[in-house]
Design a protein around this ligand. Structure first.
Ligand SMILES: [Zn+2]
Ligand SMILES: [Zn+2]
Length: 415
């Protein structure tokens, strides 16, 4: 794994020797090189000697105050960008404010949760995979206060691959507009790959409003399964034809390359991707990304019908077998949950799923983390909160973690 190869150095400045041993053994197992220094005196010298990639420190030493150390490091041009995580046994809000103002990256209270510390370290050192949800709706955007908690934009997900600058974006529903606006704030040229599952509007409608497309400094490769109606380029560019849009494809100044994605696998720097066809009208991908040891399956549109008495039962069985094999043991499955079961019974054969059947199937397939998404526009926040409660209840008798996606949410996958 990347971090083991890179062997990032972590220095812990802490007078509690037992805690140092515990944190040290935890971080060594994660592949980090661990160093410790146990007094205030000499701590700066120790930073010079070790040259760590990250510091974990206490604020209170018998022989000094850690805040002075933070300030000294931030004033030193060799260390001004060095991330510092504070671990303290005292809980004074004012102290936290002062520490954050002094440039401390984050603040943890003892006793701390090791997984949280690991997540933070991986995030800070760029070692964690981050999955961000920019749009979680299906079919049509639904603005309004009753949708504000889960969000009203249609499907768009971003994956940050450790040590990769190239963007990885999944689908270009209306959520991609906010992602584009955030990227422009960074003022650097933007390059990346956009994997579209299929050309239904709720997955491509944000594409012409993705502002990085309008600068010649930027570069994107766009992938989609081959459609009967035309190439990836034709399908995406058709939606901005003169009749339907004041934006036309000639206005895109970024360097754009369009591709039909290969079914059996393609390798890129830092990850590989494969797909199988979803049970959905038009050719629709269920993508599987393998990043290091992690498998992430993205399946925003898919009809997972496991009902015994369904009219789809016969033709569905071979498909289910293929689906099961593809998602088996996924570390993260992001799956369609357009309806609840009651609504679904009158909506069979439209290409979407009931959340109850998805939770059941994900459990059966040993999925480690399930995130439901692509909620039908009829689902208000109140209703979705109730669904989430039931989802968690259903998952309780398994080791699977299950939840609903929220716009603006980022999850960290630690190694
Ligand atoms: Zn959709
Ligand atoms: Zn669709």
């Amino acid at each position: 794994m990347a971090k083991t190869e890179r062997g990032m150095k972590i220095l812990m400045i802490e007078d509690d020797l037992t805690l140092c041993e515990l944190v040290g053994s935890f971080l060594r197992k994660k592949g980090y090189k661990f160093y410790q220094h146990n007094t205030f005196e000499g701590a700066i010298q120790s930073v010079y000697d070790v040259r760590p990639d990250l510091i974990i420190m206490d604020l209170h030493f018998p022989d000094g105050n850690g805040l002075h150390l933070c300030k000294q490091l931030k004033d030193d041009e060799n260390f001004e960008n060095l991330p510092i995580l504070v671990l303290t046994g005292r809980d004074y809000p004012v102290e936290k404010d002062i520490a954050l103002k002094a440039g401390v990256t984050d603040f943890f209270h003892k006793p701390m949760v090791y997984s949280k510390l690991a997540e933070k370290i991986e995030e800070v050192l760029g070692d964690a995979i981050q999955v961000s949800f920019w749009g979680v709706r299906g079919s049509i955007p639904c603005p309004g206060k009753e949708f504000s908690q889960f969000g009203g934009n249609t499907t768009c997900v971003q994956i940050k691959v450790p040590a990769q600058k190239q963007l990885l974006i999944l689908d270009a529903g209306t959520g991609i507009r906010n992602l584009g606006n955030q990227l422009l704030e960074e003022e650097e040229p933007v390059a990346g790959r956009i994997f579209i599952t299929h050309p239904h509007w709720d997955h491509i409608q944000g594409f012409p409003f993705f502002k990085p497309l309008f600068s010649e400094r930027n570069k994107f490769d766009v992938y989609m399964p081959q459609q009967i109606t035309g190439s990836t380029k034709e399908v995406l560019v058709d939606q901005v034809s003169y009749t339907y849009s004041p934006i036309t494809a000639q206005m895109f100044k970024a360097h754009l390359d369009f591709h039909a994605i290969k079914r059996d696998g393609q390798n890129f720097e830092g990850y590989s991707v494969r797909y199988i066809s979803a049970n959905h009208p038009v050719e629709t991908a269920i993508y599987k990304f393998e990043i290091g040891m992690k498998k992430i399956v993205f399946c925003p549109d898919n009809e997972l019908n496991t009902l015994e008495n369904s009219s789809m039962r016969g033709k569905n069985l071979p498909y289910l077998k293929q689906f099961d094999a593809f998602v088996s043991d996924a570390d993260l499955l992001i799956h369609n949950a357009q309806y609840d079961l009651e609504e679904y019974r009158s909506m069979e054969n439209r290409g979407h799923s009931a959340w109850e059947l998805v939770v059941e199937r994900a459990k059966k397939n040993g999925v480690k983390h399930l995130i439901l998404t692509h909620f039908g526009p009829e689902f208000t926040d109140d209703e979705l909160l109730k669904v989430e409660e039931k989802v968690k209840k259903m998952a309780r008798d398994s080791s699977m973690h299950a939840e609903l996606a929220r716009e603006g949410q980022t999850i960290h996958m630690s190694g």
